[in-house]
Design a protein around this ligand. Structure first.
Ligand code: SAT
Ligand code: MN
Length: 620
């Protein structure tokens, strides 16, 4: 057969990728797709254009086969519910690999395998894995099309549901393909659910394989994922590309790829606006903060992103950020009109749901949304009632919705220039020790604060309740290289910047501190706008204006945190900001222990920061 026609040696049918060839002159894209087809041996190839018609066609086919459910169009137009295989409901960290030639380059924070060995394992698995299925080819852009901060990828997959999710979560299709010029590089992303169909074999609603591999090759900027159809394992633009591979691209090229929300904060009286990026471990309310409704008058929050942030230096020496994503992949349970009304608004239409409950009027429900319905169909597809004694929605059930549907979407969310970042916030869930907010003395100290990010485990995660888990920069499962080197990369941003005074100011927050009776000291949610206001003002302040020095950093000076109209006692306030020397020294020794695993990859400066903190505490 000639070059443009491929033979499927199972079906003895020919197919071509002429459609792709007519749309791009990038030889590497064409060759790579051809190679994947030869390896995976699908029955058909479909080049995705990313159109609404394509989305409609794929969703109706899935509905017709009974694989997904169309929701009540009067309540939730163009929206669908999928139920996953019960074993395929979350990211699989134990099957996630960083494959570098040298093990130490992956770091103690990752599972490692030699790239050659991994390819020898994967090749037989991918060989013929798409038999009986269609291979969908998805060119996509992470970030606004043609933005200098964006990067492109091409994913092939055998899951039409993955295609529908990728259309929402990324800029996928013809426009993205057009943006990949003749000699441009792209991140190749091979994905299969690992469930080839034999002649005449009936398909299932959620095909997957008990063998799963989520594999990253940082040295060639490529990804291969096998066996899962779940978001973080299968929508390869998300954590795999935008964090694990992009963190390596960022290290190699002097920028930052971070697990951060981005929000715009406006003082409506002065008209001034600043952008803030923030990193929190899971279960700390990142999506809620990204869409916050301020309780203090005259302040407005607008959303640029809720999960991932790429930052590059602009000509003016400031860091400019984009949200590489185009949608929200949010946890449904707990999302309600009181916790996050803007998220509820964003998922009213054009939304894909996975593993939530189905109500009798063909709408969705999950724990925490509202009073439970008398009956429903749970995420397993079984009859459910409040008496069933089990959750109706899986705790990690998700919605996939276009970001443009967020009612407080920032006007610059799609701006190819990105938005200038004034402040970076780190935070964790800590019932003691850490005050409501404090500020780094400088960039080096701020890097140390990011490195020491830790959070207490909630019921949602495995491990002992309340146990402290170190999660540096909230990147522990997402850093595509040695975390010690990653700390070093953050430190190097100070040299990379032409003018360190233009770098974002760095803060640490803790909404979760409790008093001796186990009661939260701070009301949280919309009241967190008071902390955002202090951060905003600190970015404009000269020197120590509005702040006072403490051994751990700057904390708000008396009366500088706006508490107008807030019902909080003097005692609570004192506790909220108290610094207990012994608790801090305990934290520091836990940090020292944690850092020892990085050996000589731990930057000297992080040790300096630990020593300086210890000295300041001992003098306190
Ligand atoms: O599943 S995702 O990785 O996309 C979301 C998450 O687990 O944070
Ligand atoms: Mn995340």
């Amino acid at each position: 057969y000639n070059n443009s026609v491929l033979l499927n040696h199972y079906t003895k049918r020919f197919y071509s990728i002429d459609t792709l060839k007519s749309k791009t002159n990038n030889k590497n894209v064409i060759n790579w797709v051809e190679e994947q087809a030869k390896l995976c041996k699908p029955d058909k190839i479909h080049i995705c254009d990313g159109s609404n018609e394509e989305f409609e066609r794929l969703t109706s086919e899935l509905v017709q086969k009974g694989f997904i459910t169309k929701l009540n169009p009067n309540k939730r137009p163009n929206s669908f519910l999928a139920r996953s295989d019960p074993s395929d409901v979350a990211r699989v960290e134990s099957s996630t690999f960083i494959c570098t030639k040298d093990k130490v380059d992956a770091g103690p924070n990752n599972n490692w395998k030699d790239p050659k060995d991994m390819k020898a394992t994967l090749n037989p698995l991918f060989d013929g894995c798409m038999k009986g299925r269609t291979m969908y080819v998805m060119p996509y852009s992470m970030g606004p099309i043609n933005s200098p901060i964006s990067h492109v990828g091409v994913q092939v997959t055998d899951s039409p549901f993955v295609v529908c999710n990728m259309k929402i979560m990324t800029r996928m299709g013809d426009e993205a393909l057009k943006s990949i010029k003749e000699n441009d590089k792209f991140v190749p992303c091979l994905h299969s659910v690992g469930a080839p169909l034999k002649e005449g074999q009936k398909d299932v609603a959620w095909p997957c394989n008990s063998k799963k591999y989520i594999v990253h090759y940082p040295e060639e900027y490529s990804i291969a994922s096998y066996g899962s159809g779940y978001g973080g394992n299968a929508l390869l633009g998300k954590k795999c590309f935008s964090l694990r591979i992009a963190s390596v691209m960022a290290r190699d090229n002097g920028w930052l790829a971070e697990h951060m929300l981005i929000l715009g904060l406006t003082n409506e009286i002065s008209g001034e606006k600043k952008y803030v990026a923030a990193a929190f471990p899971s279960a700390c309310g990142k999506t809620n903060l990204a869409m916050l409704t301020p309780t203090i008058p005259g302040w407005k929050v607008e959303t640029v992103g809720d999960d991932i942030c790429w930052m590059k230096f602009g000509k003016d020496g400031r860091l400019y950020a984009i949200n590489p994503e185009n949608g929200f992949f949010g946890v449904a349970p707990g999302t309600s009109s009181s916790s996050n009304p803007n998220a509820l608004e964003a998922i009213k239409k054009n939304t894909l749901f996975t593993n939530v409950a189905l109500t009798s009027d063909n709408d969705v429900w999950w724990e925490g949304l509202s009073t439970p319905p008398m009956k429903a169909v749970d995420w397993h597809g079984n009859e459910w009632s409040p008496q069933s004694g089990i959750p109706a929605a899986h705790p990690n059930s998700r919605f996939t919705a276009p970001i443009s549907q967020c009612p407080v979407i920032d006007p610059s969310w799609n701006d190819p220039k990105g938005v200038p970042i004034s402040a970076i916030i780190f935070g964790g869930r800590r019932s003691s020790t850490i005050p409501l907010v404090y500020q780094a003395f400088d960039w080096k100290h701020g890097t140390f604060m990011g490195a020491s990010t830790a959070s207490e485990l909630t019921a949602a995660a495995e491990g002992t309740l309340g146990q402290l888990r170190h999660d540096p920069f909230a990147m522990l499962p997402f850093c595509g290289y040695n975390m010690g080197d990653y700390f070093g990369h953050w430190l190097s941003m100070e040299q990379n910047s032409k003018d360190a005074s233009k770098l974002p100011k760095i803060f640490y927050v803790n909404w979760f501190r409790k008093n001796k009776n186990g009661k939260f000291l701070w009301p949280g949610f919309g009241e967190n706008s008071r902390v955002l206001k202090w951060i905003f003002e600190r970015c404009n302040a000269k020197g120590e204006e509005g702040a006072q020095q403490s051994p751990i950093g700057y904390i708000p000076a008396k009366k500088s945190l706006d508490l107008d109209g807030l019902d909080i006692s003097k005692d609570s306030l004192r506790e909220l900001f108290s610094i207990d020397k012994n608790e801090w020294l305990n934290d520091l020794s836990s940090m020292r222990k944690y850092c020892s695993q990085f050996g000589n990859r731990l930057p000297k400066e992080i040790e300096n920061q630990m020593n300086q903190l210890e000295n300041r505490l001992n003098e306190y």
